[in-house]
Design a protein around this ligand. Structure first.
Ligand code: PMP
Length: 288
């Protein structure tokens, strides 16, 4: 991803893509003191930008650092880099990390850096099949599970690689208690007898897409039940889908030996989510 044209916002400046480098002794690289976001821009408008920027700030605070920009400054920087790259439908990746001014586990004098990149990124999943992951989502007493923190993705990359090596698209991760949690990059929903069931996000990200889809479902008269779900219950679902900024609403076609059709609730919410993300400010104002 480093050798290409484009612009990246780095610590206050828009710089050419190829020049956006950091030192090998960066604390974020050695000790995973890094937090990031994933956003999507639709027709030049970043969906739920403020929610993402706020989550980035919160993730940094959970790791014990303050990103040296305000919410408004981060929003403006994000819009600037998207505009400069000239791709109105794109993925946006802000990342904040402790710098290379200090080595060792403790690094409270290292600079907090912020970079924001954007690039074209089409559908995240196609024909999604899941297999059980070897790793579980850690307990809230094991890791800062509500931060979108780089370190939490180590087990995701290992699990996703293992799933792909077996011919699956992603891994289904359980939580530390053995309940169904999420995939390595998206939240999970089960359609059961006309209702939606989804795990309580008490040890993984309560995704912004998850929250949007819950609102859309309820707005369409579909009951949403947040509860602990045992893996054995997956076979009782008539339809399953995942949600995430990159994944949007993607039907799950199989989980190991279980297969699922693309069901009516999934179709309704795929359409509703597409409509919601493409609503312009003018549409919103007209509706009010
Ligand atoms: N869980 C994980 C592990 C993720 O990486 C993501 C993507 N950020 C999500 C859930 C979904 O979150 P969101 O809908 O806010 O993108």
């Amino acid at each position: 991803y480093d050798d290409r044209d484009g612009w990246i916002w780095l610590n206050g400046d828009l710089i050419p893509w190829r020049d956006a480098k950091l030192h090998v002794l960066s604390h974020g690289l050695h000790y995973a003191s890094a937090v990031f976001e994933g956003e999507r821009c639709y027709g030049g408008q970043i969906f739920k930008l403020t929610e993402h920027s706020q989550r980035l700030i919160n993730s940094g605070r959970i790791l014990g650092f303050e990103i040296p920009y305000t919410l408004d400054e981060i929003n403006t920087a994000t819009r600037d880099v998207v505009a400069r790259n000239g791709v109105p439908d794109c993925y946006v990746r802000p990342i904040a990390w402790r710098g290379s001014e200090q080595m060792g586990v403790s690094a409270d004098k290292a600079r907090i850096n912020l970079a924001i990149a954007s690039w074209e990124w089409g559908a995240y999943y196609s024909d999604l099949k899941l297999t059980r992951a070897a790793f579980d989502r850690p307990a809230p007493t094991t890791a800062p599970v509500h931060a979108k923190a780089a370190g939490l993705y180590m087990i995701c990359t290992i699990s996703k690689h293992a799933a792909e090596a077996k011919g699956f698209g992603d891994a289904l991760m359980l939580d530390y208690r053995g309940y169904v949690a999420e995939t390595t990059g998206a939240n999970l929903f089960l359609g059961m007898n006309g209702k939606l069931h989804t795990p309580i996000p008490d040890c993984f990200l309560n995704g912004i897409t998850r929250q949007t889809v819950i609102e859309l479902a309820r707005g369409n008269g579909i009951d949403v039940v947040e509860r602990h779900i045992k893996p054995d219950e997956l076979r009782d679902a008539q339809e399953i889908f995942v949600t995430g900024t990159a994944a949007e609403v993607t039907p799950v076609r199989a989980i190991d030996e279980l297969s699922f059709p693309i069901g009516p609730i999934t179709r309704l919410l795929m359409d509703a989510y597409q409509a919601e993300t493409r609503r312009t400010h003018a549409d919103v104002q007209a509706a009010e």
